[in-house]
Design a protein around this ligand. Structure first.
Ligand code: NAD
Length: 688
């Protein structure tokens, strides 16, 4: 049903039919709740004719309201603010129904909560993501939501920034009805059935158990890394049972206003926009090839993870292994993992059945003829990858895109002799590939535009965060991580204990320090790489022999219960054996050890990353400074609330950064290449 005689109030259209006011928000592409939308809503409500029976608030296009317009959040907000719009809705003498399709997120859900009733289409998603953006909901989300669904569910939704389905929203009482009918007709019908005024802010909060809430709050704080906005979100939801709702709403607004301008929210907004930019390549107009069938060659750790990611996205997968035994092992392991997901309730039985049916295996590359894209994840050796890529290029129809998951090998060299090299790109997944969001999409010299955009489209299908990189040893992420790890190892050689470095790094906000990470992933991987690089290493450069000695002593990390740390009963303990190896290396290098303090450790590791980021930008390996922040926060555990290494650097005093860079140059010695950090930071400011 379409209302007649619309009147436009900027981005809000108003129409009256059968004594019902229809307000349609029309702010493409996602109906962000901008100032123009707020002003339009207030004007349309104030201008409403008398004697109305009710009103329906709906969004045009693909969503109700996807959230407030974040671009407004770095400056003072202009009247009317969202609470003013909600006040106008609450003051209206007639009931207002929010008719929700697509998404109602953040300010969009708060707007719906300010209405008297909510109905939704089955595919609608609802949530309050403000906490993931360093803030708290600021227009009643922490006060109205608990009154509808109780404080326990509200805590989970607000603090977890979770999006829930319309079905779940109906179960918990967040929406009043879910309809498969035309949404406007359903809203009208709902009004006709006698829906009256029902302000969520006036409802009595459902009974809850203080002990359950206390336990949940403690769990949330720990998971939320004790960030100040998490504490505020908990405090505000807990206070929603206080009788003076005007006071608690004002309290929430004040907290929101203060947090949205604080460092965490600024950094997280930077990432919000940086992630969207990273997924787009403005200068490309090519159309991606549709991908529904994927071939995965190599069924080891990565191949299986990539297969799981593709299956979860509804793609069909043909897995290729080098022999029948390896194939059976890989398929068994994959099927077992899918079954385990079902047993844990992560997927239902029907999804399990369709994913199992979508998975097949073979030992013949010729069976990949009907795929749209093939990803190789075989051993990281040129002698294995190069002939495989040549075989794929010879066998596959020319339109099939070929991706390589190599971590370090030179893709340009791997494909140099292939007639079809323009359809090859790097698709660098992170482990576990079905869990980690980052995907480096590597544009080799010969990669054509269709291949590149197909890689980016695949990332979107898989729910990954793509970042475009050029070919370089370690691309963006591993190259920066190598510089960071190298600096950490030099700090050890110069006198700081590994456990003190890990402690300083976790205090900064990483989940783990570099030595705990090395033990987890296995010291032999980097060892093999160092051996490969030995011939080309700058002989003047300082070399830290400690990890080699650890490997030679069989200390390969957690898998041998000994690495940088000892693991007598699973937990990491400082190791006397490692200490001995370290002291011997210091002695051999003639070093009088001086331990660095935690602040110096943190700054030296950060400046190592920032310097490498500057080099990557200058070399054109990374397109934009903000892409580097996206890589580090999505793939390497860099704390999101600090925004990434370059956002961190942009917040520092320029002279202090220069001093850090000088100290870094001194510590690394010959072979150090200084980067122009100022240029990197200028690029960050330009793209912001
Ligand atoms: P892996 O050793 O676990 O698996 C490799 C698999 O490839 C094995 O099952 C092997 O049988 C199979 N294989 C080898 N040659 C083959 C051939 N010619 N045809 C078909 N199958 C063949 O290795 P992995 O850790 O999964 O790494 C695979 C690739 O992914 C490497 O290039 C690696 O650098 C890259 N990578 C690994 C990680 C990680 O954390 N493990 C992360 C990112 C990228």
């Amino acid at each position: 049903m379409t209302p007649h005689a619309p009147t436009a109030f900027g981005t809000v259209h108003r129409a009256v039919r059968a004594n019902v006011l229809f307000l349609t928000i029309d702010n493409p592409p996602v109906n962000a709740g901008s100032h123009a939308v707020r002003r339009g809503l207030v004007a349309a409500l104030q201008d409403a004719p008398s004697g109305l029976h009710g009103a329906v608030l709906i969004g045009s296009g693909r969503s109700f309201v996807a959230g407030s317009d974040l671009r407004e959040f770095s400056a003072p907000l202009v009247y009317p603010e969202l609470p003013d719009v909600i006040a106008a809705i609450e003051a209206a003498p007639f009931p207002v129904i929010a008719a929700i399709h697509g998404v109602a997120l953040g300010g969009g859900l708060e707007l719906a909560l300010g209405c008297d009733h909510r109905i939704a289409t089955p595919e609608a998603k609802l949530g309050l993501p403000e906490v993931s953006l360093g803030m708290v909901p600021g227009a009643g989300g922490t006060q109205r939501l608990p009154r509808l669904v109780g404080r326990e569910i509200a805590l989970e939704m607000v603090c977890g920034s979770t999006r829930i389905s319309a079905k779940r929203a109906l179960e918990i009482g967040l929406v009043d009805a879910v309809t498969t009918d035309d949404l406007l007709d359903a809203a009208l019908h709902y009004l006709d059935q006698g829906a009256g005024k029902r302000r969520a802010a006036q409802l009595t909060i459902p009974q809850d158990d203080p002990q359950v809430l206390a336990t949940l709050s403690a769990k949330i704080m720990k998971k939320g890394c004790n960030r100040p906005n998490m504490a505020e979100a908990i405090r505000l939801v807990m206070a929603s049972n206080l009788p003076d709702v005007t006071a608690t709403l004002a309290d929430e607004r004040a907290s929101f206003q203060q947090l949205r301008l604080a460092e965490d929210a600024s950094a997280l907004r930077h990432l919000f926009f940086a992630e969207r930019r990273a997924a787009s390549v403005d200068w490309l107009s090519a159309t991606p090839r549709p991908v529904t069938a994927v071939g995965v060659v190599g069924g080891g750790t990565m191949g299986q993870g990539i297969a799981r990611a593709c299956l979860a996205a509804g793609l069909t997968v043909i897995l290729v292994e080098r022999d029948a035994v390896s194939l059976v092992r890989a398929l068994d392991s994959l099927r077992h993992a899918l079954q385990a997901r079902c047993d844990r309730g992560r997927i239902d039985a029907a999804t399990l059945a369709s994913q199992l049916a979508a998975l097949t295996g073979t030992t013949e590359l010729a069976d990949l003829q009907d795929t749209d894209l093939v990803i190789e994840a075989v051993f990281e050796e040129t002698s294995v990858k190069q002939p495989l890529l040549a075989q794929l290029d010879a066998l596959l129809p020319p339109e099939v895109v070929i991706g390589t998951n190599t971590s370090y090998l030179d893709i340009d060299a791997l494909v140099a002799d292939l007639p079809g090299r323009s359809r090859v790109l790097g698709l660098h997944f992170f482990s576990p590939a079905d869990v980690m969001r980052l995907l480096e999409v590597v544009r080799a010299k010969a990669t054509n535009d269709v291949t590149l955009v197909t890689g980016l489209a695949l990332a979107k299908t898989l729910g990954k965060q793509p970042v475009v990189a050029r070919v370089a040893e370690g691309f963006i992420g591993n190259r920066i991580y190598s510089a960071y790890r190298r600096r950490a190892e030099l700090l050890v050689l110069d006198g700081t204990d590994p456990q003190d470095i890990d402690a300083a790094v976790t205090r900064f906000g990483f989940a783990m320090g570099p030595f705990a990470v090395a033990d987890l992933s296995g010291l032999d991987i980097a060892w093999a790489m160092r051996k490969r690089q030995a011939a080309t290493r700058d002989p003047r450069a300082r070399y830290v022999p400690i990890p080699d000695t650890l490997c030679e002593a069989g200390r390969l990390g957690r898998k041998t219960s000994a690495g940088w740390y000892d693991y007598p009963e699973g937990a990491a303990l400082p190791s006397p054996a490692t200490q001995e190896i370290i002291e011997s290396a210091r002695h051999d290098a003639g070093i009088s050890p001086v331990a660095a303090d935690p602040a110096t450790i943190q700054r030296q590791l950060l400046i190592a990353m920032v310097n490498e980021a500057g080099l990557l930008l200058a070399e054109g390996v990374a397109q934009r400074a903000s892409d580097i922040d996206v890589v580090l926060t999505n793939g390497y555990g860099f704390p999101r609330w600090i925004g990434g290494p370059l956002w961190w650097a942009a917040q520092q005093d320029a002279c202090a950064l220069h001093q850090d860079q000088t100290a870094l140059a001194r510590a690394i010695g010959p072979g150090f290449t200084p980067a122009d950090i100022t240029a990197a930071l200028r690029d960050l400011a330009r793209s912001a």
